[in-house]
Design a protein around this ligand. Structure first.
Ligand code: NAP
Ligand code: ZN
Ligand code: ZN
Length: 347
């Protein structure tokens, strides 16, 4: 066992503060990582504040974890001490159900073990995430990070990267496809970069006029202000695929009208409140409304390799861990440019 230093939430209303806990001893298939950086995902904030109603405390959030390997178990083949390594949202799954066999561990039919606010597959051991000094994970759920990438800026690939890469691949995004990205935050800016790298014609749909120049720098070809009804008239029937990353309740129906015949809108954002969906925008054009949850481990590695090849990382603001509560407040004001990353040396 190793004592880990961390920042934790002790209730839905208290600010995060210093905390210590034991990480398990390194098992035969385990990799121990000294965490260098951990991204702040809006899902951390939803869960810290119990907005999804499933939170347990104390909770050490964080599932965009990168660092260096400090120990490996006797049976570990793919990692050695000193290697760069990453851990995302998943730390285990049953490995035998039909979803696991299809490398869709995020949809494990027994219920996957998530990095925090979850349990290991024994259903007893509470998992704790990456706002901490170290983590021990099974090699099968540990990712390789290319030394070509800036390490702090690579951290958000472990959630924001894979969450946006996976639907782009699933809906077979190719050169010339018209992709709309809704919400320019952590997920949204990765969606723009990845869709542009796949050759799509990308339109950023945002509530923030101040983000237009950034959207274009990130790779968006067009920008639409969603507070302006003219945007919805101009772009009616336009998109093959819409990636919706908004974290708060909003009207999906308006966006469905922007899809071409048989186009798809994919929900990635998880607003705590449900939103009514009308039949008309769906039946008029056989359009689809669907959702997507992170991605499997093999696809996460594929995404990391794609990013290394295309030199894609997140645009990050690296902050000391003591500023995590202020970062949450800025995230709620849509003031993220475009991902906060905690420097774990500051713990
Ligand atoms: P974020 O950095 O806070 O970005 C969210 C963006 O949504 C904001 O920057 C803003 O963009 C827009 N937005 C926020 N409130 C809005 C409102 N009331 N109306 C319209 N637009 C609004 O968050 P994130 O980390 O990217 O996460 C986004 C969502 O995805 C969260 O709900 C998170 O839990 C979820 N998530 C899902 C998965 C998955 O597997 N499906 C994985 C990770 C995260 P503009 O300023 O451009 O309007
Ligand atoms: Zn996340
Ligand atoms: Zn399974």
């Amino acid at each position: 066992m190793t004592l880990a230093k961390a920042y934790a939430a002790t209730s839905a209303t208290a600010p995060l503060g210093p905390y210590q806990f034991e990480r398990r001893a390194v098992g035969q298939h385990d990799v121990q990582i000294e965490i260098a950086y951990c991204g702040i995902c809006h899902s951390d904030l939803h869960q810290v504040r119990n907005e999804w109603g499933n939170s347990t405390y104390p909770m050490v959030p964080g599932h965009e974890i990168v660092g260096r390997v400090t120990a490996v178990g006797a049976h570990v083949k793919g990692f050695k001490v000193g290697d760069l390594a990453g851990v995302g949202c998943l730390v285990d799954s049953c490995r035998t159900c039909p979803s696991c066999q299809r490398q869709l561990e995020q949809f494990c039919e027994k219920g996957a073990a998530f990095s925090y606010n979850s349990t290991e597959m024994d259903r007893k051991t509470i998992t704790q995430g990456g706002y901490s000094s170290s983590i021990v994970t099974d090699e099968a759920f540990t990712l390789k990070i290319s030394p070509k990438l800036d390490l702090a800026a690579a951290a958000p690939l472990l959630c924001a990267g894979i969450t946006t890469y996976s639907p782009l691949r699933h809906w077979k995004t190719k050169a010339g496809d018209k992709v709309g990205v809704v919400g320019l935050g952590g997920l949204g800016h990765m969606a723009v970069k990845l869709a542009a790298a796949m050759g799509a014609e990308v339109t950023m749909l945002s509530t923030s006029t101040s983000k237009e120049a950034d959207a274009r720098k990130l790779g968006a070809h067009h920008f639409g202000l969603t507070s302006d009804d003219a945007t919805f008239k101009k772009l009616a029937g336009h998109f093959d695929l819409i990636i919706d990353t908004i974290s708060a309740p909003h009207d999906y129906n308006k966006y469905l009208g922007l899809l071409r015949v048989e186009g798809s809108m994919v929900l990635l954002g998880v607003p705590p409140e449900p939103t009514p969906v009308a039949a008309f925008p769906l039946i008029m054009g056989r359009r689809s409304l669907s959702g997507s949850l992170i991605g499997g481990i093999a696809e996460t590695q594929e995404m990391l390799d794609f990013c290394a090849e295309h030199n894609i990382v997140s645009d990050v603001e690296v902050i000391p861990v003591q500023q995590v509560n202020q970062a949450y407040e800025r995230m709620l004001r849509n003031d993220v440019r475009y991902r906060f990353v905690l420097d774990m040396k500051t713990l």
